[in-house]
Design a protein around this ligand. Structure first.
Ligand code: ZN
Length: 192
């Protein structure tokens, strides 16, 4: 089922996700819904927080993006990125492997807002997959950026928190408008 994506200003986006230790039927349903919602929105990643669940669960699929390469290493060997998608990732622990570089980024919770964000080009990741198995990999390029962006969501961190002050100032008007619209929508829903 395609779920509504919460926009900036909704408090759920600031919630830290609880670790998930077991793949229960509701969790399996949430994975399906996250994937359906991400594909419907033509996104590269979606975190549980963005549909109102404070859990350490995110889904990623970089196959739709052709002009920004990704790399993957499994057990120290180069691996096929496409064959690793969609990536369902629980409880990720992300360790940077090199220095941050700036690259363009957007977020489904911030429609029409894009900015350059500095993040390490490649990272080491440990987590759990949809079968409840421990997974470990290294990745670079767009996939590394997506993993870091999504892992941030799971801790209530948003990409605006990683923007330079200069860019944030430029976007202030758009961000304020978006935040206000989300709060207004919440107020309307809260009315009996
Ligand atoms: Zn996002």
């Amino acid at each position: 089922m395609v779920l509504p994506i919460l926009k900036y200003g909704h408090p759920a986006l600031r919630q830290k996700g609880a670790r998930v230790e077991k793949i229960t039927p509701p969790i399996r349903q949430l994975i399906e819904d996250l994937l359906a919602t991400m594909y419907a929105a033509a996104g590269v990643g979606l975190a549980a927080q963005q549909v109102g669940h404070a859990l350490q669960l995110t889904v990623i699929d970089v196959r739709g993006v052709k002009d920004r390469p990704s790399s993957l290493e499994l057990a120290g060997k180069p691996a096929d990125v496409g064959g690793f998608m969609p990536l369902v990732l629980f409880n990720p622990i992300v360790t940077p492997l090199d220095n941050p570089i700036a690259g363009p980024e957007g977020c489904l919770s911030f429609p029409e807002i894009f900015a350059d964000i500095a993040r390490p080009e490649s990272v080491h990741v440990v987590g759990m997959n949809e079968k409840g198995e421990r997974i470990e990999f290294r990745c670079g390029g767009l996939l590394a950026r997506a993993v870091q962006h999504e892992a941030d969501h799971l801790h209530g961190i948003l990409f605006i928190d990683r923007m330079s002050n200069e860019i944030k100032k430029e976007l202030k008007h758009q961000l304020d408008q978006l935040q206000q619209a989300s709060k207004e929508e919440l107020r309307k829903k809260a009315k009996p």
